[in-house]
Design a protein around this ligand. Structure first.
Ligand code: IVH
Length: 668
């Protein structure tokens, strides 16, 4: 196959898999197979750099860090929205629209209704169908050029269909970059474990990720782009906002599933309440809804006032904040020794849920907010994100409030705590600190880790207090005699626990890696590492370079992994797990390896009974590789009828030649 054809095919296939995964949420390929396609793409592009195109999926893995962002002028201003918060205010807006369009007061305007996503507005400029520039909103006229960062986002197509590119040689698409709540929680757990400042909310995390001068950091953040419009209101063949969104959906953009037409103010109001009801269940944050006049002609007729259109409005939700009294500040010690101040509050209902605890994040936040015990504080609970203390109601201060002293010693073990330079968090660095041991054991035995049923936080605490466990690996040396003297431990319970421990020795590598508790490594990253390195020994020997080549592992995580395996105590823990019988079974991909073919390189030539792609797939699923040219590195030439010069090359280089029957025999 000509190299350009192979490239085109690879790019098509990879983007199809991206689309299935990121837009349709229906993966159609194993990670291993995806990686193989990607590696092959990179291999070819390395050999033929002149063939790299701006829409190649290889452009998604991040570019070299830049010094600063260049300004990007928006051809059409990016507007903001007028806001309303009540049904009466919306009715006023509706009245103004009808007046502007010369309609009867009783008429129903055809609106569209959609969530107002709480993220970061960006514009994507497609020139002749290819994504040329991506920028932030900025002041609406000039934003920042963040093209390489936006290209890392898999839900942003790098190219439009040929048909659309022809009709609209210039298409500017606008939308919101967000981070899902679930991904935000994972990211913040990771930040906290790494001693880095947690992000205040998903919006800040998304904005921070998009503003990285080093797009390799952006690529490690699972950002998502939702399209919500285009810059032009006059586009051939498009008469309504819904038609525009329909086009964007067929062009493979993510369009919000709660976009609906809505006839008149009554339907808008109904939809507003329905969306408010399910708001907490959505996996992304919304701070309200956006209502737009559906007809683009009517939009043009209505025009704009200063920087907001007259044809659209944001109907925002009431705030999710409440006031209560800060009764105490507790300092909790995490698995990695990070010390987090937690507010103990007089119970208060916020957005329908009773809140007693809220995060104060770290010392800097405590100081910046000047929080004192006895203060009346404002609590915010957005969706199901952990509640936080937003600030103090200073007018309510009496003078009797007590300042919060950050401890100098670990609240668990009493040893002095330190704040490493550049980190936001204090840490207890005593490896035998009981609180840390308990948290480590709890994490180790948890569902995503070794999954040892019956080993919860309470038992972990007892085991640590009785000095039965210092390291999670000690679990594998527990005996019934150790367990029976413990409180509430009958023979049956002890036996169940020992059985669960024995069973955990067979856990897959990905879960073991997660269980180790490498700071910042959650379940997704652990699975990625298992797949990429295959065995624990290979992972323990990995270099920063190896890690930097993996999408999804940013430089900070890479550093954390290296540091973890460099620590003799961690190496001892792994050795002790091995001694205790943990099998560390190498990662098994879901592809079927055929011994005779796995790891071998094939070249295909001549006419076979089926298209070459068919044989290529057979070879690849059996773990082999297909190369386009015969070289000394090739192991076999699969040779059909009327072969060309490749057969001569193979004979000259001593590469084994197989006919189709011979190949099929090998495959069996
Ligand atoms: S339409 C003229 N639709 O809200 C129309 N904006 O104040 C302008 N936003 O920063 C935007 N979700 O990023 C529109 N579904 C949505 C939106 C949305 C969020 C943001 C947008 C902008 C702000 C407008």
């Amino acid at each position: 196959m000509a190299i350009t054809d192979e490239l085109a095919r690879l790019r098509r296939e990879i983007e199809q898999h991206n689309y299935n995964y990121y837009i349709l949420d229906k993966p159609t390929v194993s990670d291993a197979e995806y990686d193989r396609l990607f590696d092959r793409l990179l291999e070819i592009e390395k050999e033929y750099p002149q063939l790299v195109t701006p829409d190649s999926p290889s452009q998604r893995i991040g570019a070299a860090p830049s010094e600063k962002f260049e300004p990007a002028r928006h051809r059409v201003q990016m507007l903001s929205l007028q806001k309303v918060t009540t049904a009466e205010e919306f009715a006023d807006f509706d009245r103004r629209v009808k007046e502007g369009l010369g309609l009867q007061p009783t008429a129903d305007v055809e609106y569209t209704f959609e969530p107002k996503l709480d993220g970061l507005a960006v514009e994507l400029v497609y020139e002749n169908g290819v994504l040329a520039v991506g920028s932030t909103r900025g002041d609406g006229l000039v934003g920042e050029n963040i093209t390489p960062n936006l290209k890392t986002i898999r839900s942003i197509p790098l190219r439009l269909s040929e048909k659309t590119a022809k009709i609209y040689p210039l298409l500017e698409i606008r939308g919101e970059v967000i981070l899902r709540k679930s991904d935000f929680r994972r990211l913040n757990d990771q930040q906290e474990e790494l001693g880095l400042e947690p992000f205040a909310n998903p919006r800040n995390a998304a904005a921070g990720s998009v503003h990285q001068l080093d797009s390799r950091i952006t690529v490690s953040r699972p950002l998502v782009f939702y399209a919500y419009g285009v810059s032009d209101q006059e586009l051939p063949g498009l008469e309504t906002h819904l038609a525009v969104m329909n086009l964007l959906e067929t062009e493979r953009f993510l369009v919000n599933e709660h976009l609906h037409p809505a006839r008149g103010a009554a339907e808008v109001e109904k939809r507003f309440h329905t969306l408010a009801d399910i708001r907490a269940k959505l996996d992304y944050e919304i701070d309200g809804t956006v209502i737009k006049v559906n007809s683009l002609r009517d939009q043009i007729r209505l025009g704009q006032v200063s920087r907001a259109p007259r044809w659209a409005v944001a109907w925002k939700f009431a705030a999710e904040t409440a006031e209560t009294v800060l009764e105490d500040v507790i300092f909790s010690v995490g698995r990695t020794g990070v010390i987090t101040p937690v507010a103990a509050l007089r119970p208060v209902r916020v957005a329908g849920v009773e809140v007693k605890r809220a995060s104060l994040h770290n010392e800097d936040e405590l100081i910046a907010k000047d929080v004192r015990i006895g203060d009346t504080v404002i609590i915010r609970r957005a969706g199901d994100v952990i509640p936080e203390v937003v600030g103090v109601v200073m007018e309510r201060r009496t003078g009797k409030e007590k300042p919060v002293a950050f401890p100098v010693n670990c609240p668990s073990c009493g040893r002095p705590i330190t704040r490493p330079p550049g980190e936001a968090a204090y840490r207890c660095i005593n490896p035998s600190c009981p609180a840390q041991i308990v948290e480590r054991i709890f994490h180790f035995a948890g569902k995503g880790g070794m999954d040892i049923e019956g080993l919860g936080g309470k038992l972990a605490l007892q085991l640590a207090e009785n000095k039965l466990l210092e390291s999670p690996a000690d679990i594998y040396f527990l005996t019934k005699d150790d367990l029976l003297p413990l409180e509430l431990m009958a023979d049956k319970r002890a036996q169940n626990l020992l059985d669960a421990i024995a069973k955990s020795k067979d856990r897959p590598l990905a879960n073991i890696i997660y269980a180790l508790g490498i700071p910042g490594i959650g379940e997704t990253a652990a699975a990625l590492l298992a797949e990429r390195f295959g065995t624990i020994d290979r992972l323990m020997a990995v270099t920063e370079d190896d890690l930097n080549n993996i999408g999804g592992i940013g430089p900070i995580l890479a550093e954390s992994i290296i540091a973890f395996f460099a620590d003799p105590q961690n190496r001892r823990m792994i050795a002790r797990m091995k001694d205790g019988g943990v099998k560390f079974t190498p990662f098994q991909s879901n592809r079927r390896e055929v011994a005779a073919i796995a790891g071998k390189t094939f070249v295909i030539t001549g006419t076979l009974s089926k298209p070459r792609d068919h044989f290529k797939k057979l070879i690849e699923t059996a773990g082999g590789k297909v190369s386009s040219a015969v070289s000394k590195k090739a192991d076999y030439l699969l040779c059909g009828e009327s072969p060309g010069s490749k057969l001569d090359d193979a004979n000259r280089l001593g590469v084994s030649v197989l006919d189709e029957a011979g190949f099929l025999k090998l495959l069996k």
